[in-house]
Ligand binder design. Structure first.
Ligand code: DX5
Ligand code: ZN
Length: 214
């Protein structure tokens, strides 16, 4: 069965503990970190991750949408992240590799993220170092955007490479995932589905999480 990672970007930040509890039947808690530089929005950072760590046992899936993430990955690990993903576009290849190595040295799971315009091939130099690869199906920066179905060939290609190499690497999708589009991403090989607005706008959140499992 696929895993569901609700994104707290769509939660009420003034009631964050309550809104984290509301998604406790999911598998991971997706935490979107934005710096106003790599993406045109600013969200939350290390102190908030520290606070979240104290109120939930859910694995924290921290998606760094920040410039040169190698500068901060160790601090996110120390703050309580279980999975840290960083964008391939955010730094030179050697620094991306170093960031993955630092996350592993901290005993955490690491992965790379691709913006919509970044081809699947960009992952290849890092694939053996990834516990997870995240494919964006919207331009990163905001919740509630329309799902980009044209990312499905990229998703399928990554699924093929992961399977052909026999890697223990999850394939995650983020952006516009709802009860309809979840079926498309599952068919195309995703194992972890991030969903912000589709989860938090639901009347019955546990039922919606179940629905998103396809
Ligand atoms: C967008 C974030 C997503 C966002 C998804 O940059 O990375 O995690 O919260 O929101 P929805 O599910 O509403 O598209
Ligand atoms: Zn995200």
């Amino acid at each position: 069965m696929v895993k569901i990672a609700p994104s707290i970007l769509s939660a009420d930040f003034a009631n964050l503990a309550r809104d984290i509890e509301r998604v406790s039947t999911a598998d991971y808690l997706h935490v979107d970190v934005m710096d106003g530089l790599f993406v045109p929005n600013i969200t939350i950072g290390i102190p908030v991750v520290q606070c979240i760590r104290k109120v939930t046992e859910m694995p924290l899936d921290v998606h760094l949408m920040i410039d040169r993430p190698v500068r901060y990955v160790e601090r996110f690990c120390a703050a309580g992240a279980d999975i840290v993903t960083l964008h391939i576009e955010a730094d030179a290849a050697e620094n991306t590799q170093r960031a993955l190595d630092l996350i592993h040295a901290a005993g955490k799971r690491a992965g790379v993220v691709l913006k919509p315009k970044t081809p699947a091939e960009a992952v290849l130099p890092f694939l053996d170092s990834c516990d997870i690869v995240l494919v964006m199906t919207v331009e990163p920066g905001f919740g509630g955007q329309k799902f980009m179905a044209d990312m499905m060939p990229k998703l399928r290609q990554l699924r093929e490479w992961i399977d052909a190499r026999g890697l223990d690497c999850e394939l995650e999708v983020d952006g516009g995932v709802d009860p309809v589009t979840c079926k498309t991403v599952i068919e195309n090989g995703a194992d972890v589905l991030v969903a912000g607005s589709a989860v938090y706008r639901a009347e019955d959140i546990p039922a919606r999480i179940l629905e998103l499992r396809g």
